[in-house]
Structures are given as C-alpha cells and as structure tokens.
Write a new protein. Sequence first.
Length: 699
Amino acid sequence: MALTTKFRACPLCESICGLEFQYDDGRLTGIRGDAADPFSHGHLCPKGNAILDLESDPDRVRRPLRRRGEKFEEISWEEAFAFAGERLAAIQKAHGADAVAVYLGNPTAHHFGHIAYVPAFLRLLRSRNTFSASSVDQWPHQFVAWLMFGHQFLLPIPDVDRTDYFLMLGANPVASNGSLMTAPGIARRLEALAQRGGRLVVVDPRRTETARVAAEHVFIRPGTDALFLIGLLQALPEFGPARLERYGAQMQGWSEALTALASFDPGLISARTGVSPETIHRIAGELYRASRACVYGRVGLSTQSFGSVCQWLIQLLNIYTGNLDAEGGALPNEAALPLTGPGTPAGHYGKWQSRVRGLPEFAGELPVAVLAEEILTPGPGQVRALVTVAGNPVLSTPAGHVLEGAIASLEFRLAIDIYVNETTRLADLILPPASSLTQDHYDLIFNAFAVRRVARLNVPLAEREPEERGDWEIFNGLAAAFAQAAEKPFTPLPPPRKMLALGLARGASGVTVEDLLAAPHGLDLGPLHPSLLARLQTESRAIECAPPVLLADLARLARETAAPDEVGTLRLIGRRHVRSNNSWMHNSPRLVKGAPRHQLLMHAGDLSARGLAEGESVRVVSRVGAITVPVKASDEMMPGVVCLPHGYGHVRPGVRLAQAGQLAGESYNDLSDPLALDGPTGNAALSGLAVRVEKVPTE
C-alpha cells in the first residue's frame, strides 16, 4: 500500500482554498484543508470534499458523445472535432457569423484551460452573439469599474482583514464563501473583525447566515438598495465634508453626482426601503466616523433592476468617506498575473446591439436575457447554432423554460461539458474535458479578486487517460477543426504552463513559474495596497464620478420609486447554501444529503394572509411562468418577501444526473423575466421579481 499526499487549490468556488489530497495506490481516498496554505490556512467547506464524488461520478461524461436520434453514442476525438468544425463552418457560411452563438457558464472562470483558451476560439468565430453567466451575475460591477476607473477588472476589493466597519448589502459570504471578494475562511475573518472591535452591518431582505453573525442586520425591501445608498449619501454631510484629499485632481464630476442625488425625498426613501430615517442616519454616522470602513454589495444588488446604479453609489460612499483605494477600505488587487493594464481587455460598450431588442453589448457580450428571442425570431442574423461551455442556461438564465424550447429548435448544438444536464441533453455533440486534477491550473480571475496578494500554480495530481483531453486541448482542437473547415488561419496556443509564464512576465511582481513550482502550498505576496489612482485607465486618468449613463438611470429610479406595488404583490429573492454550487453540483451525494433545501421561504404573516399553511405546496406565479413548490414559514424573511434557491429543476427527460434527479424542487428561472433587466447593462434582474403566491388549483 502506497500512501501519498499532494496539494492543490479547490476549483469549485471563488475561495480557491488550498486542499490536501490523500492517495492510496494512486486512488484518491480523502481530502482535507491544506494547513500550510498561506491564504486559506486549512479552511475546508463541504464542496471541497465533494471533489471525491465528482471524480468518481458514474454519470460523468468521459468520452465525446454524438447524438444518434434520441440517444448518444461515443465517438473518437478526431471524429468529434471534425464534425463540430464542419457544422459550425457550414452554418456560418450559409447564414453569417452571427448565426453561431456561444454561452460561457460559471465554471469557465475556474479553469485556466477554459478562460485562457476560449478567447482564441471566439475570435475565430467572430460572432456578435456571445453570452455568459456574467450577465446573470456581476455585469454591474464590471460596468461601473469600466465607467469610473477605465477597466472592467479594476474592481475595488473589501480589505476585510483590516477594516473596522464593514457595511454589506445583498451578500451572504458565509454561505457563498465570498464573491468578487476571494476570502477563504470568511467566517473566521468576520469573527476577527468583531474581536478587534470592528462592526459588520448586513442589509438584506433575509436574515442570512452572514446576517446572523453580524453586529446588526437591517431588513430592506428587495430592489430598493439604490434608495438606501442615496439616503446614506444625503445624510453624510451632517457628519462632515467628503474626504477627497487623497484623490486630488484625479477625480471628475463629484459635485455633479451629489447634486443629482439631492432631489430624492428622504421620507419616500424610508417608505420604499422599509428602513427608518433614524437607521439610515445612524449608519451614515457610523460609516463616516469609522477609522477604516468599506461598503460592499454583491449578487443581491447586481441582479436587480438598478444594479449598476447600486454599484456606482457604493463607490461614491467609499469615496466620500475616504475609503476608496485606502487600507481597510476598498482597493484593487495587484495580481501577479495582471488582469488590468496594457494588453488586457479593458471593456467597451454599445459597439453593437442585439438584433431583436437592440440592447447594447458590454465587453464583447450581449445580455443572455435576449438569447431565446435571438433564436426564435426569424430574419437575417437569426441564431441557428449554439455552443455552450460549462454552462446550463436552461436552469440559470431568465425564462429557462422558453430558452429550452428555443435551443431544441436549433440546427446544431455543441456542448463542452462533463454532464448530460438540462441544457446539454439537447446537444448534438458533447465534448467532455478531463478531470481538472490532471491539468495545470492557475486561478487567473480569483487571485486578482483576493483580499490578499497571492499566487499558486496547481500542478496535475494524476495522469490523464490516453483517450481523455484537457480543457485547453479541446479548445485548440475545436478551433483548428473549425479553421480548417472555414478556411481560416489558426495557430494552436501553447500549453498552460507556457501561457502562464507569458502572463506572469507582464506583471510587476517578479514571480515566475519556477517560483510557483517551488511553492506547492502557494505564495503570499502581502496585503493589498493602494494602487487604483496609479492604474486608472479612463481617458481623463481620473475617477469619473458622474458617468452620464448612470445619471440618466436616476430618472428611471425616480419614476419607479413613485409607483407603489400592486396590492398582494410579493418580491422574490434567491438564496445560497454552503452545500450548493448553482445547478451542477447537485449530483454529489455528500452535498445533497440532509434536510431538503428547495422550499419557498415565506413570513408567517404572509402565509396567514393568503390562507396558506407551512408544508403545503403552493403556486408561485410571475409574469412569465408558474411553478409549484412546498412552502416553509421562516422568521428569517422580511414581510412581503419570499425566497427560493437557484439551480433546481432536474426532472426534465433525458437528464443523466441520477442523484440530482431524486431531488424535489423546480427552477427559479422558470419564473424570472427576460424583460426585467438592469437598465444600463441588461444584466438580468433576478432579484426582487414581482410574484403572487397562491393555493394550488384543484382539478
């Protein structure tokens, strides 16, 4: 018996925790937190151990699958690449480049072999119909960073380890492990904040896992966070002037921004948010008086109809208090492999629009909320083929039941995925990447969003089988086959370690691949430090405090604020669980065991008012759909708000997920509305959706 221990970071969420993998005669038998990792310090959440299930899952696809009628059959990689290349090239030749659409799912960002190699394939396709999970998640963050700082990835990160006052809105990092804030062991970090005399204040329509450990939780009506943030900005002058000294001449439009906010009535702000004027005033004072403070808002803010305005207002608050680009406040990570600076995709906006609705692109992508209509609406430019990469848009994008039918109508469907899920079951061809544990990996995105400057090269822990292909080999092979069929030039990209070396050479850290290889537990390069002002990429080389597109959206906010909700309307929000990872980890027995987690949470008073009882099935109705789910009374919920998790709905025919198929629950996105969007970006407004909850009609 040969027992060995190897080390690697977890690839399943943004925390990138270091893990210790235990092998017995080459067989993976156990996983523990890596106590020697200088960033995660041995932290391990349930998802880390679920890698054992992922590696041994009998439902995992391990060979290319081609559809033959209603069934799939295994084919060779050579046949698979040739088939995909020929079909994509033929469709583009007949109908134009935009006839092929691409959807990039969330796991794309977690694999170097995806994120570093997909762009070359997209450049070959030259389709304007590119979509990703970003537009059901974080586009407002990136958009505001581009508008204010000149680069979509110049994102201020909460300096949680040094802050004294942390105001958090629409985020639940104790369950999500952090998001656009890579902070492994976040519960310990928040506990340390309290122990050093700091204060965490959580503003959320639900008393979440994070709210329970906070010094204070404030209920707020979904979709009204922009008003609350405006209320804070209106109250701050009572405590003192804006602390703008550190920004000097590198700021434009400050007075214009504050003037635009002055017209909002404080009384109406309180009435609409459900937050008392006294609470708003007190929190503003606490924020101003704190020696080091940070305001942070995540998914609950981004996925609402004023997501971009919210992210803009957050940066104005951090500026007013002098905490933007300041230790203990919000400041960007200067990563060893830079995401910003020369040669990186800064972003652009409105260079083209979607064909049907005319929504603008951002950073080369269109909002995924328009994908179904681009497939279903006839005419020049109609989408006729779809490539999905590690994504399940049928469960994760607005009106998934409509998109499901649209995908079924396509001429060709290609999926790069390891599962036959609710989307890939419709594919004509599935190309499965080999285990991530058999490939080099570097966390390009999450090292750049981390609360410390860290770097780690994850080397293969096991050999791939000869018939398996790594992510990067699949994209090189797919691009080469398409280029040959379309008679275009293409030079395959070098292996990941060479790509990583080229990327590191662009940075200022001096870290090399050899340094990373010599540090199997990763490198700690130190705390974040102020660098935003030196790295601004706006044309003015100043912080743009009053972007016209955001000023214009304030008029829409004012109109909607003046329009009251219909009587009986409830607002639907989502929720995360530490044992869940969107839809794709529901096939892990380790994660799905235990009490059911798919119920609709509802305040007892709202149940009683509708003649409903806990435990019964109820009908949830939105503008675009209806689902039936069991309801659970919860004192976590603000009255008037109901809560449902994302990622369920695995009962569709043809899905090959045996464990997930045993789960009850229906898809949140059979309710979400493709017309409910963040105004400037088109990011899906999944949170704060207007719904009715009623008894299930009897036959």
